[in-house]
Write a protein that binds this ligand. Structure first.
Ligand SMILES: *Cc1c(COP(=O)(O)O)cnc(C)c1O
Length: 380
């Protein structure tokens, strides 16, 4: 993959999309380097970060790993997803949610999303439960929590595990409680585009000490203690350099989230009058606006790609999150799946505005207004 494929295209030079660091992160990294030890195993820095992150989300335990994908994978392994088990996943999400299902040699079963929140639809997930279902992965998509109460009910009723993918939702609340402290186990990412970053990195949070120990074991080669290998594992450790950055970013997370919410409200104000489906918040949710994706009206779906091009030509660096349901990828060809109509429809209509806490109010206003002008031509 080319580097620029990952980024919003046509980003003007005065717009910086990316993480925000101060001297604090640099000083923290310097202190770790100067200590002479930079790994989880030879310092206390990773444990400190874990403790602070657990406290922030309101969970008893947190286990730091090397990426969000590793966090999802470790959580799936810890709850006992094994070869041949079915795991219900949304068709409309980032591949990092579902790749780990394949790595456990389990079977991804795609379910549809709720048209309002774009998060996994609990009703469709329930329809796809079979005797082989081991787990369900609700995703807090674009920073808006999934309907966690409904998934907790499915867990009670069918005895399935809920592994929440909160990789886009650090600090988001469900019924006033931060995600990561609500579901039995949740996975976070600290990749550079997320609401806080360690460069690459991830975290699992849980209130269950047994699950936390399982995660630590999977992270550390399947070892319970030195040389005592009790299960299949990985090297998913985070370095102390990453944790040192994470400690500083965590202190700033609420501020970063406020900025993102502010940018989303600037976009909403600019686009409000147009015939678009803008992101909405459910009464149970407080979103951290990881990504601002809106939907074009259905009749414009065939023109979406040319509208995206048109927006870029007018200095609006848009992207498409996500361009297709995951089951269209050849990676999933071996698995039978039903079509997920809402996911298909959303993937055809979605347009994503740049969302980063690095964007200034002035830049957000310029982007929102320019987008509104271009879109008004197409919607006329
Ligand atoms: C970012 C992300 C992941 C994976 O995180 P990485 O740190 O990039 O491995 C998984 N799921 C979702 C929904 C994500 O946004």
């Amino acid at each position: 993959m080319k580097k620029e494929d990952h980024l919003f295209s046509g980003v003007p030079e005065d717009l910086r999309l990316g993480p925000v660091f101060g001297p604090e992160e640099a000083d923290a990294v310097k202190a770790v380097v100067e200590s002479g030890s930079i790994t989880q195993l030879s310092t206390d820095v990773v444990e400190t970060f874990e403790r602070q992150f657990a406290e922030y989300v309101g969970a008893k335990e947190a286990v730091a790993v090397s990426s969000g994908t590793a966090a999802v994978h470790t959580a799936l392994a810890a709850v006992g997803v094994e070869e041949g088990d079915e795991v219900i996943v949304p068709a409309f999400t980032f591949i990092g949610t579902v790749g780990p299902v394949l790595h456990q040699h389990a079977v991804p079963v795609f379910a549809d999303i709720d048209p309002e929140t774009l998060c996994l639809d609990p009703l469709d997930a329930e329809r796809k439960i079979t005797t082989r279902t081991k787990a369900i992965i609700p995703v807090d998509l674009f920073g808006h929590p999934a309907n966690l109460t409904a998934f907790a009910d499915l867990a009670d009723q069918y005895g399935v595990q809920i592994v929440e993918d909160a990789c886009q939702a650090h600090g988001a609340c469900f019924d006033g409680q931060r995600v990561g402290g609500v579901s039995p186990i949740a996975a976070f990412s600290f990749q550079e585009s997320k609401n806080m970053t360690t460069g690459e990195g991830g975290m699992i949070t849980t209130n269950d000490g047994g699950l936390a120990d399982g995660c630590r074991c999977v992270r550390q080669q399947g070892e319970r203690s030195w040389g005592e290998i009790v299960r299949r594992g990985h090297n998913y450790r985070m370095t102390a350099l990453q944790a040192a950055i994470g400690i500083e970013q965590l202190k700033k997370l609420d501020g970063f989230n406020e900025r993102r919410v502010e940018i989303a409200s600037i976009y909403a104000e600019a686009l409000n009058e147009l015939d678009l489906s803008l992101p909405q918040e459910k009464s149970y949710a407080s979103s951290v606006c990881h990504v601002y994706s809106f939907l074009l009206p259905a009749p414009l779906a065939p023109q979406r790609d040319s509208i995206v091009q048109h927006l870029r030509e007018h200095g609006v660096p848009v992207s498409v999150a996500y361009p297709s349901p995951l089951y269209h990828s050849p990676v999933f060809q071996a698995f039978a799946h039903e079509k997920c109509p809402v996911s298909e429809d959303t993937a055809r209509r979605v347009v994503t505005l740049p969302t980063s806490h690095s964007i200034s109010t002035a830049a957000a206003e310029r982007i929102g207004n320019a987008a509104a002008e271009v879109l008004a031509e197409h919607l006329a």
